[in-house]
Ligand binder design. Structure first.
Ligand code: GDP
Ligand code: MG
Length: 288
């Protein structure tokens, strides 16, 4: 029996969430074309007859511009320290030297597998060139090319991970896909809708707090707060006559119903809390 912790690292948009989804075969982490949707560590647990792999999808590696970003960097570092295997994922079309700079700056003590993702977007020669480049780096034990989107190379990747996974008994019982509470995923689904409906600015100033989650006989009743920093942002989230918040609510409810497999009544409120991003206490309160 093998059992251990595997952490996925890579720049925003490298395809970490898509890869986790491909491995797990279910929608675990929210995938968006906008950066930084994944602000928490999300653990997914893959339990098979002879192994258990506990995955985490860390926030993207970025400059610590705000306190929130520092929190993200801390999450990345603490993930590094408690992993058995690190997956260093890069978009194969990206500048290899740039990815290399980030990967080597992590100063990894655990075995690392470099994943060349989006293999579907380049030709064989480009893949070979990138593979050779990363194979020659000190931190890289193996290089695996995959397409997280088209789900190719996933079995090969699992084989390589198992090679470096320690012997041991499972850490988690049962077939829990994730040890993150359902409430968290509901919050992430609402956040994803905000990302999809607005431009670049608003989502970075908004967070979602799921306040109530009640299982009724015929449906699940959920109420959530969308927290913004300024009245003007509240106005944008609400939209003229409340049209935008209604759209967020409808889109999110459909996804939450699919996720929970039952009918949902979703209530959304918008609250203004100035400077929440820079306030340590509030960050803690919101679980960052
Ligand atoms: P993350 O920020 O690292 O979690 O990246 P995501 O998983 O959210 O993916 C970012 C974008 O890249 C999304 O639009 C994905 O659909 C896309 N993407 C991810 N993997 C692949 C892949 O293997 N091939 C292609 N063509 N696109 C991909
Ligand atoms: Mg992600």
């Amino acid at each position: 029996m093998k059992s251990g912790f595997v952490n996925i690292f890579g720049k925003p948009n490298a395809g970490k969430s898509t890869l986790l989804n491909a491995i797990m075969g279910e929608k675990m982490a929210i995938v968006s074309h906008k950066v930084q949707t994944t602000r928490h560590r999300i653990k997914a647990i893959l339990t098979e007859k002879d192994y258990q792999i506990i995955f985490s999808d860390t926030p993207g590696i970025i400059e610590p511009k705000y306190k929130l970003h520092e929190k993200m960097m801390q999450a990345v570092k603490s993930s590094l320290e408690d992993a058995d295997v690190a997956l260093l994922i890069t978009d194969v079309r990206e500048n290899t030297a740039e990815s290399h700079e980030i990967f080597s700056s992590l100063k990894l003590k655990v075995p690392a597998i470099v994943i060349l993702n989006k293999a579907d977007t380049v030709n064989k020669e480009q893949l070979i060139t990138s593979s050779k480049f990363f194979e020659s780096q000190a931190y890289s034990k193996e290089v695996v090319a995959v397409s997280a989107l088209k789900k190719t190379g996933i079995d090969e990747l699992l084989k390589v991970i198992l090679k470096y996974l320690p012997q041991g008994q499972p850490f988690y019982e049962g077939d829990d896909l994730s040890d993150m509470p359902t409430k968290f995923f509901v919050g992430e689904i609402i956040r994803e809708k905000i990302f999809l409906l607005y431009g670049d600015e608003i989502p970075y100033h908004a967070t979602v707090l799921v306040q109530a989650f009640k299982e009724k006989v015929t449906l699940t009743k959920i109420s959530a707060e969308i927290i913004v920093q300024r009245e003007t942002q509240k106005g944008i989230i609400l939209g003229g006559g409340g049209a935008m918040i209604k759209k967020i609510g409808t889109d999110a409810r459909k996804d939450i119903e699919a996720f929970l497999g039952r009918k949902v009544f979703l209530e959304l409120f918008v609250k203004v809390r100035p400077k929440w991003r820079d306030n340590e206490l509030q960050l803690k309160e919101y679980g960052y």
